[in-house]
Design a protein around this ligand. Structure first.
Ligand code: HEC
Length: 723
């Protein structure tokens, strides 16, 4: 998954396999509040047929449509939609899709801090901080923050940067149980939403560009007892396989893949079909990205970049469909999978739909896994088409950058669609994709594939060697920032296989989508605009200036019969590699993570609250001692790109979440800088420490940051210090 650069900084590789097979005993905090015996009420909440008054989990229902059937707010009255309440958040990661149950809104921000507020007034009910920064240790560098949480039967479930899955009493915010889903120092974190079904809660994790053996684990929702675990890549055959699926998968690998972990992390998407008790998981790309290094250039490498269907009770394999066989371009299949009943060729079909990174929109029969259709929804150059008979892509001749060539491939490694979910409206019969158009160069020209090994311990040893693109990380050149990149909101007809309408977006990074029974689509964009469009024509009906960039997915629910729409504002960290890689392109949106308050915004008809204007960003501090030094600038840039970019932004342009360091006085002081960057003075706030950085590297880093600040200062109109 993700993008190699910052993810190079890996903590010590842990012994895979053996440790992971040990079931971890949950730590219980208190007796769970007496559960309803069957959880039937909980299950009913998650059905597509539910009223939509609650939004109990990620995607709202088991089928993940991101669709609310509510229609009180609709095309005829949306002009009356206004802010009913807003709640200021701290300077924290805020890309979670909230949930709403029984008039209470729940969301997680920052380091998985969960808050419950009265959904109609915004009054805080409780706040639970799992204190994951210190526990995450060096893993904090991988980024943190979660995209979603879940509710089941009186409990809220959240994952943390240090790999815990925690159940919290929804009534009082007290932890009920907690389990470690991976061992300490396993190079991973949880950033996806837990999913729940049938009294169980299931979670995967995000590794470091997949430098792990992917798996999902299911726990008893009441007690946290581990029920089953499913690995997504085979381990070392010498150790024996866990199940038949692993033995089958191993036949699709070559070389000594298990030494690299293999990848296929389940870092985001899942769905559930209650009729057949089937759990669907979407897996990430292989590790390393380049199949020549990963698997001796052979085989499909199951279950990399796949949709896998598992038995809900036992976790046993049912079927799989691999969207990118033998992936070599970082084409995860972790984008949301949405279940629907479609009429195809006059016949009702139960389908699963996905718009993964590779640019094709897939419609599968969700009972059998059979491919129904796969048509490009974005520009695709790695494959001509997907053959419906074999279910396989017909790759273009140059796609695998053969013989040391450099080939521009569309989509680029960011993908034609990232984790921001699409929505499907069963009323308009359209899927709404927050799509990305970009191409990027691939090559393994300078890599010795025979001797290539993952650079596992480098971050700890502190070696900062060579260029920082992902040559060594992924055994292929990192896709350089694409020259040509744009975004759109596409209304995709999954049976006619075409875009019914398409709206250009301000840039490639934009928010997740909500569709409603009021025949509307809601989406936030990076320029801070939260807007509603007509579902069938894409006509702009309403918009609101949120005064801060938007990335999260909105939800809708009712309290006492009144419909609301809620959205978290602000950016996320370690999940917005899309922004990190292309930060320069975001400069024109003047993103300033410190001055632009992050908030929870709740809208309803006739809401009248106004947001205060954002204060001007802090001025770039004076730096009278500054002298240019191109050599130090350059080495500083390399250290920065390796260790700091994914949080502090490309070229030190504060475009993600962590402060814009050009506006900070800290880099002017060697002592203050070392206390924070080397010694970890701000660790509890999510700023990791880098004990391995030596004096020269710290100096180089400061030189780089101060030079970037100087450039910003110079670019200001004369006399204007309020940059
Ligand atoms: C995982 C994300 C992450 C990474 C990686 C990261 N930082 Fe930070 N950094 C933060 C956050 C979050 C803060 C703000 C903490 C707070 O709220 O006080 C911060 C704050 C800082 C500050 C203090 C700024 C101020 O004015 O208070 C400095 C300096 C800093 N980081 C430098 C660096 C450098 C240099 C690197 C790379 C060696 C780096 N950071 C890597 C997240 C990160």
């Amino acid at each position: 998954m993700g993008h190699g650069r910052v993810l190079n900084m890996i903590v010590a590789r842990c012994a895979l396999g053996v440790l992971m097979l040990v079931a971890l005993t949950p730590l219980r905090f208190a007796e769970a509040a007496s559960p309803t015996p069957t959880g039937q009420r909980a299950a009913a909440q998650y059905l597509d047929a539910s009223s939509g008054s609650d939004w109990p989990g990620y995607g709202r229902t088991f089928g993940q449509q991101h669709y609310s059937p509510l229609s009180q707010i609709n095309e005829t009255n949306v002009s009356r939609l206004g802010l009913v309440w807003s709640m200021d958040l701290g300077p924290e990661n805020s890309v979670t899709e909230p949930i709403a149950v029984g008039g209470v809104l729940y969301f997680a921000t920052g380091l998985s801090v969960v808050q419950a507020v009265d959904a109609s007034s915004g009054k805080l009910l409780w706040r639970y901080d799992p204190k994951s920064a210190e526990r995450a240790g060096l893993n904090l560098r991988l980024g943190w923050g979660v995209r979603g949480i879940a509710w089941w039967n009186g409990k809220i479930y959240v994952g943390t940067a240090d790999g815990r899955l925690i159940a919290i009493d929804a009534g009082n915010g007290k932890p009920v149980w907690s389990v470690a889903t991976f061992e300490k120092n396993f190079p991973a974190r949880i950033n996806g939403a837990p999913h729940v079904y049938g009294g169980k809660v299931i979670i995967g994790y995000a590794g470091t560009t997949g430098k792990t053996r992917g798996y999902v684990t299911t726990y008893d929702a009441e007690t946290g007892r581990q029920l089953w675990r499913f690995y997504t890549t085979p381990g070392n055959p010498a150790d024996g396989f866990e199940n038949k699926a692993m033995a089958m998968a191993a036949k699709t690998w070559s070389g000594q893949w298990w030494k690299f972990g293999g990848g296929a992390d389940v870092w985001n998407a899942m769905a559930y079909d209650p009729e057949t008790d089937t759990v669907y998981i979407g897996t990430g790309s292989g590790y390393p990205w380049n199949r020549r290094a990963r698997s001796a250039d052979a085989g499909d490498n199951l279950f990399v970049a796949s949709i896998v269907a598992l038995d809900g009770k036992s976790g046993a394999y049912r079927w799989h469909y691999q969207v990118t066989p033998g992936d070599t371009w970082d084409y995860d299949a972790t984008m949301d999978m949405e279940l629907a009943d479609l009429v195809i060729d006059g016949k009702p079909r139960k389908v699963l739909m996905q718009a993964p990174k590779n640019g094709f929109f897939y419609v599968l029969d969700r009972i059998t896994g059979q491919l129904i259709s796969a048509e490009p929804y974005a520009k695709v150059t790695w494959a001509h088409r997907v053959d419906l008979k074999s279910g396989r892509p017909v790759e273009t001749r140059e796609a695998r950058y053969p013989n040391g060539t450099t080939v521009e491939i569309w989509p680029c490694a960011i993908g034609a669609h990232s984790w921001m979910p699409m929505a499907y409206s069963p009323k308009a019969l359209l899927a709404y994709i927050p799509a990305i158009e970009c191409g990027g160069p691939w090559s393994d020209k300078n890599v010795d594939l025979k001797t290539w090994r993952p650079p596992a311990d480098r971050a700890v040893k502190g070696a900062v060697d060579g260029d920082l693109d992902a040559v060594d990380e992924n055994a292929a050149t990192s896709p350089a920032p694409p020259a040509d990149v744009s975004g759109s909101l596409i209304a995709w007809d999954p049976t006619a296989h075409k875009a019914m309408w398409k709206l250009p977006r301000p840039t490639h990074v934009n928010g997740g989508v909500l569709a409603t029974g009021g025949d509307m689509i809601f989406q936030g964009t990076i320029d801070g605009s939260f807007a509603a469009y007509s579902a069938r024509a894409g006509k702009l009906l309403w918009s609101f200036d949120a005064r801060t960039p938007l990335l999260a997915t909105p939800i809708s629910f009712t309290v006492a019969g009144k419909q609301y729409v809620t959205l978290l504002t602000g950016l996320g960290m370690g999940m917005a590699a899309e922004a990190g890689m292309l930060g320069k392109r975001l400069e024109r949106y003047a993103i300033d993570p410190r001055s632009q308050a992050r908030r929870v915004l709740t809208f309803g008809l006739d809401g009248k609250i106004m947001l205060p204007p954002s204060p001007a960003p802090a001025p770039v501090p004076e730096d009278s001692d500054f002298t240019a030094d191109a050599t130090r600038w350059n080495t500083g840039r390399m250290v920065y790109d390796r260790h700091c970019l994914d949080c502090h932004g490309d070229s030190v342009i504060g475009s993600i979440h962590a402060p814009d360091l050009r506006r900070s006085a800290i880099p002017l002081s060697g002592d203050a800088f070392a206390r924070i960057v080397r010694d970890g003075a701000l660790l509890a706030h999510g700023m990791p420490n880098f004990p391995e950085l030596n004096e020269a590297e710290l100096l180089d880093l400061r030189q780089y940051i101060r030079t970037q600040a100087e450039k910003l200062r110079q670019s200001a109109p004369r006399g204007n210090k309020q940059l």
